[in-house]
Design a protein around this ligand. Sequence first.
Ligand SMILES: N[C@@H](CCC(=O)N[C@@H](CS)C(=O)NCC(=O)O)C(=O)O
Length: 235
Amino acid sequence: MITLTLFPDAFGEPSASPFCMKAWCMLKASGLPFDLNVTSDPRKSPKGKFPVIELDGTVIADSEQIRTHVEAISGKDFNEGLNAAERATSHAVIRMVEEHLYFAILMDRWGEDDNWAHVRRVFFSDFPWFLRAFVPAMARKQALQGLHGQGMGRQSADERFDRVERDITAIVDLLADKPFLFGDAPTAADYSVVPMLRAAIVTPEEKPLGRLIKSDATLMAYVTRGTDSLYPAGV
Ligand SMILES: N[C@@H](CCC(=O)N[C@@H](CS)C(=O)NCC(=O)O)C(=O)O
């Protein structure tokens, strides 16, 4: 049995982390038996991040490696039916949302004081009171240092929006009038894009990115369709 270790629910998402949701949805689609280990403390995980899966003593961290492993043991190809050019585009879209758009969402959550108040209350709610007194501020400082190093933390709010608006336009143009990014059925890119768009729109204090996504009826219909077909029941 596979165990998926992931962050707890937050803001209406079954897990606060879009990467954990990606791994969860992929495991669900694979048909492999799995259970969930929900925790807020990633410090002991191999890369200090979640998601992580464990199977027969083998620990696999990072949603990309998890996908590779799930494909290898289940025989499921998340890009079934895609030609080489579509697979290349899929790879580029996944990188765009996971290595760019994601950091703008982090800035909206951890960098903006109004959202930070929610993050502080929700993400640390299961910590003992004496840790709650100082861990949130430390975690925020660390997150903002990481965002500064990555570069998104050096962009003003307007510059950030200008960058992610281009990402959203690329997703909208790729989707066009199809049910999913590459046709009638979900493929690997949908497993990254749907949780990432959801993370942006469930962020409690609405920011220009969330507003932009919500203002596009076709994109919102895609998010709903993706949620219905990929997410665990009841979301
Ligand atoms: N490349 C990784 C990214 C995972 C990731 O960034 N996870 C975040 C949550 S969304 C995390 O664990 N952050 C904890 C930390 O950085 O301390 C993947 O695809 O799994």
